[in-house]
Design a protein around this ligand. Sequence first.
Ligand code: MLT
Length: 259
Amino acid sequence: MLPSVHDTGAGEVVLLLHAFTLDASQWDHQVAALSGDMRCVRVDVWGCGASPPPPADEPSLDGFAASVLAALDSRHIDRVALVGLSMGGYLAFALWRLAPERIRALVLCNTRAAADAEGPRDDRLAMAETVERDQSVESIVEPMVARLLSRRAQAEAHVVDPVRGRIRRCTPAGIAYAQRAMAARPDSTGLLASINVPTLVIAGTQDAIIPAPEGRAMAGRIPGARYAELDCGHLSNLEIPRAFNRQLADFLAPAKMAS
Ligand code: MLT
């Protein structure tokens, strides 16, 4: 089974992996900015956006990452510049573990390499049970909005309303799968020193889920990584797309992609 793929533009491929409770449309601003020069490939995680429901296997980010590789194979795509935000970053680490030769550059946004501590892991499992029991994601919409967006962005209808819409489009099965898969993910801290492709780490000064100092420390452990701190919450790419796109386009410019 393959996840749904949105494939826009032509040129070098940039693969964009979305955050938890969102879908590929999280990257609309980036696709609008980049797809004149690059081929922007986005996937929806199982049960979110246009992807099929999750498989019956044990929830696993490595499992989903393998299906992303299969989707790339089906389109004859070999190497990509990989951009992952939060859960998309956890998936980027899974892809680095599985197939580093497929990654020519890495952008890690509002994400962390560490696995969950026990408390947050229990919270994930509790959310998975709640949405399955309710057969609805409604109870998580406002709590997720409050975590995902800065206060400033929460007051901006053009930012917050589409985020609510995306959360509501996720199915309970998709939310439960993603939470269990994130809860089970291994610690990727040991991988950081092995990253030998150009890397940009982006953090948000008002990120309530992954504080900026964690992003800075992670960048410090990746050889040669560039670090950018933006004035925004967790969903940096859709809170302040112009500033985000400037960082991304500058980093992805072919001259900077020597490897
Ligand atoms: C995300 O934005 O992908 C998630 O909130 C990350 C997480 O729950 O660790």
